[in-house]
Design a protein around this ligand. Structure first.
Ligand SMILES: NC(=O)C1=CN([C@@H]2O[C@H](COP(=O)(O)OP(=O)(O)OC[C@H]3O[C@@H](n4cnc5c(N)ncnc54)[C@H](OP(=O)(O)O)[C@@H]3O)[C@@H](O)[C@H]2O)C=CC1
Ligand SMILES: CC(=O)N[C@@H](CCC(=O)OP(=O)(O)O)C(=O)O
Length: 311
């Protein structure tokens, strides 16, 4: 049996990566509109006749697309920020806790996590759940993304002759659109202080949370923090926790090493017996941060996740 899949936003950065991942599969049939992709009636027809639709659109266009879906059987995955803290939608991060994969499988409305939130929630949610980081703790997140994170427009800006910035720190109003989902899905009470940046490279990201151990209850050790992450992701295929020995041997970390994969890798840097840690997640902003995660959610929603491997 083949499932028909419509990608609204098929020619955008996220949509193209999803197409690449799905095109080779013979259990899925892609519905592509090509030059008619902005034709509202063609979109309406596709949105209501596909088995599953993946929305790779700006927030307002995603809300509009959802309002056009009258067929309640259609499974919807939205890659935008529009529904990530909406209680009527399931948050599409299967590894984030017991029952999440099952909730995704049972839902027809799944919001795909943001790229930065994927790294941050992966690092922080198990620590809050274990009581290592209290819910009221003032958490800071520093992150750097490749410029593809800003979609077609930012790619054009960075790739235009002579205009690329070497590094771009932004979100300076401290109201970045990812803060609500980062806060809600970790169980924190205080909005996180989020400091994102873009580097002059195309793809891949690092998301970092620095912690003073003595400011946490019972001054946890590096090993305790690492152990909580290992326990949380035991048996998971797409969330890895780097060995402490391996991280101790690292002189630095770069953001592109997981490009093309659906993996997020978590690192706990810090001297054993020391007083501080730097938690660092590495992922492809267009892999586990967007398109890879969307395909993973599609597989789960169609009941194909056991049978199909992602690259
Ligand atoms: N880039 C990334 O790393 C990530 C992106 N996302 C999210 O995914 C979504 C898409 O982002 P991205 O692919 O980067 O963006 P792009 O700008 O690269 O692509 C956006 C796509 O949306 C289409 N589009 C724009 N406005 C409308 C409209 N009013 N009606 C119909 N189609 C429209 C565009 O069509 P056309 O081709 O005709 O221009 C284009 O194909 C966003 O919500 C973004 O926040 C999420 C995680 C990571
Ligand atoms: C580099 C860059 O500009 N990144 C984007 C986020 C990309 C992304 O993850 O999009 P979602 O909001 O849909 O998750 C930003 O900060 O707005």
């Amino acid at each position: 049996m083949t499932h028909s899949i419509y990608i609204d936003g098929e020619a955008g950065t996220t949509g193209l990566e999803i197409r690449e991942r799905l095109e080779a599969r013979n259990d899925l049939q892609l519905m592509l509109l090509g030059d008619r992709r902005r034709d509202v009636e063609a979109r309406r027809e596709a949105l209501n006749s596909a088995d599953a639709v993946i929305l790779c659109l700006p927030d307002d266009a995603a809300r509009e697309a959802v309002s056009m879906i009258e067929n309640s059987a259609v499974k919807v995955i939205d890659a935008s920020t529009a529904y990530r803290v909406d209680p009527d939608w399931v948050y599409g991060f299967a590894e984030m806790g017991d029952g999440q994969r099952e909730a995704i499988a049972a839902s027809t409305r799944v919001s795909n996590p943001g790229c930065y939130p994927t790294g941050f929630i992966a690092l922080m949610r198990p620590l809050v759940k274990a009581g290592i980081v209290p819910a009221h703790y003032p958490v800071t997140v520093n992150a750097v993304s490749g410029y593809s994170g800003g979609g077609k427009q930012m790619i054009a800006e960075f790739e235009a002759e002579g205009t690329a910035k070497p590094f771009w720190s932004y979100g300076l109003s401290l109201k970045h659109k990812h803060v609500p989902e980062m806060t809600k899905h970790t169980g924190l009470n205080l909005p996180v202080l989020f400091s994102p940046a873009v580097g002059n490279y195309r793809q891949g990201m690092l998301v970092e949370v620095p912690l003073h151990l003595s400011a946490l209850p019972e001054t946890p050790s590096v090993e305790r923090i690492h152990g909580a992450l290992v326990e949380a992701y035991a048996g998971q295929r797409f969330v890895e926790v780097a060995d402490l020995e391996a991280t101790e041997a690292m002189g630095g970390i770069e953001p592109e090493a997981l490009n093309g994969t659906n993996t997020v890798r978590l690192h706990v840097f810090g001297d054993r017996g020391g007083e501080q840690v730097r938690l660092v997640a590495m992922l492809d902003n267009l892999g586990k941060g967007a398109s890879g995660a969307a395909v993973q959610n599609l597989n789960i929603m169609l009941g194909l996740d056991e049978a199909i491997g992602l690259k």
